[in-house]
Design a protein around this ligand. Structure first.
Ligand SMILES: *[C@@H]1O[C@H](CO)[C@@H](O)[C@H](O)[C@H]1NC(C)=O
Ligand SMILES: *[C@@H]1O[C@H](CO)[C@@H](O)[C@H](O)[C@H]1NC(C)=O
Length: 618
């Protein structure tokens, strides 16, 4: 005994090292076995051969790191639902995580709606990605197994068809299986509430809690989606016809196609779901001259002709569309994203293809919708109408609304905010006639309380055809709108930044412990609103009106010269974005040159891309 103590005394370091090594060995062993136990558990519950194979391979290779990646954490459920890569494990989109999510959603809806949920039911739709249909079917079966009615789109549909069905059928909720314009290996699960808008807090937290509490996969009876009386098939019932009726109700009075002057329009669905429904919508709404981009109008989960299936990417993703337009003599291009909730517009004006910015299309649609409302309803009271856009969209809509005597509201980015603002004010007697955000999303009423790329495509076609009757294109109309309501000139762009520490340091340097800068370069700063730390020095109590959130960066400067500068981080991408806009009544060239100088000052003084090693901007 004595000799052991002596040994320890004389070899303290070695012994301590051995103890640490043994302890960490045990920890690694425990950790390893727990991850392997998770994998074993998974293999018992997973019925999908592909995802099972992935896990088996990782186990047989003793790939602890790989297993940790997929079993070490759960994909998080937020107001945008789920969005992740498809693959095995709890951190990815697959049959198990989707079933767990549907189970949690069932329990949360039961909490919220009690017994009424069974009759109210839910809407379920899916896009044309790999596994979207399977994920939708799994969800439909889980709902039906709990005797909840399911209004089911049994074929791929545009995302806006789900919120439309919710408002028309008055269901308790809706699910859309889609990853919109994400890369082809991703999928997602979007959840809507009973008003048809995407869920907002506290439902995200509530659903998340119920998912965690219902992780064990339920044993449910066989449910035949074709025969079960709880499943109402919206495709077989031709529910889409109701949607075209809705579009017709928005038609301008006396709208008729005119073979002499109508524009020839190229349409692409970007390998997504849009074409089948847009074609029918055109028939219903008398839009005649559509040329599809043949390679891109049928759904294809491989998105073979584009690197990113996102029409917002511009030239790259719209190359085939421009080729088709050139070949077929079209001078207008409409491009839906793959789930057809957004739309890009490209116009050939004076011989040159021009990408209309989301802000441009937004103001054009506002003008078009208002003009038609006034025509079809002579006694309309503009002060009871409402238009909504977001903090980073052009201030032009606000100026337009003010000039027309219309109520305008500004929200944070995202249609969950836009739609819910609309509902709040409809309760107070307003009628929400338009909402949009610069990232090419448009909402033309609360019948579809979300962005809707099909209704926007129809409205833009009609507007373009109407204007063509006067020999005017969209670009020309836009410039007339500018002349009447003011020139709004903006520059929006971003830098890549993959390092969260750099991002924090950039924003904290601006914050400077509450001593915000007085100048941006030579430009005096009048107001600062910091929605991350909840500060706004234009308000007497220094508290902003818009909701704050610590989880993302967002600061807006109002310069003395009226220029508005917003810097923010993207929730989903490694980017620092900036939105800078200058407006005025006179000389657009002068406004542009001031804007250019402000942009330069912002980049040099606040972002310092060289010093901070930021990736190249678009
Ligand atoms: C994995 O680990 C087990 C036991 O720890 C071992 O028997 C096996 O040979 C290892 N396999 C590989 C491929 O390294
Ligand atoms: C989609 O599924 C098919 C058939 O299983 C497969 O060959 C293809 O690689 C998958 N593609 C993607 C993007 O997951």
């Amino acid at each position: 005994m004595q000799s052991i103590f002596n040994y320890i005394k004389n070899n303290k370091k070695t012994v301590a090292g051995a103890v640490v090594a043994i302890a960490s060995g045990i920890a690694i062993y425990k950790y390893k076995t727990s991850i392997y136990r998770e994998a074993e558990k998974w293999l018992k519950i997973d019925k999908n051969e592909e995802t099972k194979k992935e896990v088996k391979e990782l186990v047989s290779k003793n790939d602890t790191k790989g297993l940790k990646k997929i079993f070490g954490q759960r994909l998080s459920f937020g107001t945008a639902g789920l969005r992740a890569r498809m693959g095995a494990g709890y951190s990815q989109m697959n049959e198990i995580t989707v079933a767990q999510t549907a189970q949690g959603l069932v329990r949360y809806l039961e909490e919220q709606f009690k017994d009424k949920i069974r009759e109210l039911g839910v809407v379920i739709g899916f896009d044309a990605r790999n596994n979207s249909q399977t994920f939708a079917e799994i969800s439909a079966r889980i709902f039906a197994s709990q005797k909840i009615k399911v209004f089911y789109y049994s074929e791929p549909v545009p995302t806006p068809f789900v919120p439309f069905a919710i408002t028309q059928l008055k269901t308790a909720a809706g699910v859309m299986v889609t990853a919109s314009h994400n890369p082809k290996n991703d999928n997602g699960y979007k959840v809507y509430w009973d008003n048809g808008a995407q869920i907002i807090s506290p439902h995200d937290v509530g659903i998340s809690r119920c998912i965690e509490a219902n992780l064990d996969i339920w044993e449910i009876e066989q449910i035949d989606l074709k025969k079960n009386p709880l499943i109402v098939n919206l495709i077989e019932n031709q529910f889409d016809h109701k949607y075209y009726e809705y579009l017709q109700s928005q038609l301008p009075t006396n709208y008729k196609s005119n073979p002499q002057t109508d524009r020839k329009i190229t349409y692409t669905a970007m390998h997504g779901v849009g074409y089948r429904w847009f074609k029918k919508a055109c028939q219903a709404c008398d839009i005649q001259k559509i040329e599809p981009v043949k390679e891109q109008v049928e759904p294809d989960p491989e998105f073979p002709t584009v690197e990113y299936p996102n029409p917002e990417e511009g030239k790259e993703s719209l190359k085939l569309a421009i080729e088709t337009a050139e070949r077929t003599g079209c001078d207008l291009i409409l491009a839906n994203d793959p789930d057809a909730d957004r739309i890009a517009v490209v116009e050939k004006s004076h011989g040159k293809w021009k990408f209309l910015h989301g802000n441009d299309v937004g103001i054009l649609l506002a003008w078009w919708l208002l003009m038609n409302l006034k025509k079809s309803n002579k006694d309309i009271d503009p002060s009871k109408l409402l238009m909504v856009s977001t903090v980073v969209s052009s201030g032009m809509l606000s100026a337009f609304a003010q000039a027309e005597g219309i109520r305008y509201e500004e929200t944070l980015t995202g249609f969950k905010w836009i739609a819910n603002k609309g509902f709040d004010l409809e309760k107070k007697g307003f009628h929400c006639v338009f909402g949009f955000e610069e990232s090419i999303g448009y909402m033309s009423s609360l019948i579809v309380p979300d962005k809707d790329g099909i209704s926007a495509a129809v409205l833009i076609s009609q507007m373009a055809n109407y204007l063509a009757g006067f020999g005017m294109d969209l670009t020309e109309k836009l410039s007339r709108i500018h002349q009447k309501y003011g020139h709004f000139i903006f520059e929006n762009s971003y830098f890549f930044c993959y390092d969260p520490v750099t991002i924090s340091s950039i924003f904290n340097k601006i914050r400077n412990d509450g001593n915000y800068p007085k100048f941006c370069g030579d430009f005096p700063i009048k107001f600062i609103r910091d929605l991350t730390v909840c500060y706004d020095n234009s308000k007497p109590d220094l508290v902003p009106i818009l909701p704050c959130s610590k989880s993302s960066q967002m600061i807006t400067f109002t310069l003395d010269n009226g220029c508005i500068v917003t810097l923010r981080t993207s929730g989903t991408e490694p980017k620092i974005k900036y939105y800078i806009e200058m407006s005025g009544k006179d000389d657009p060239e002068k406004i542009r040159s001031i804007l250019d100088n402000v942009v330069k000052a912002v980049i040099e003084n606040f972002l310092d891309p060289k010093g901070n090693n930021l990736g190249e901007r678009k």
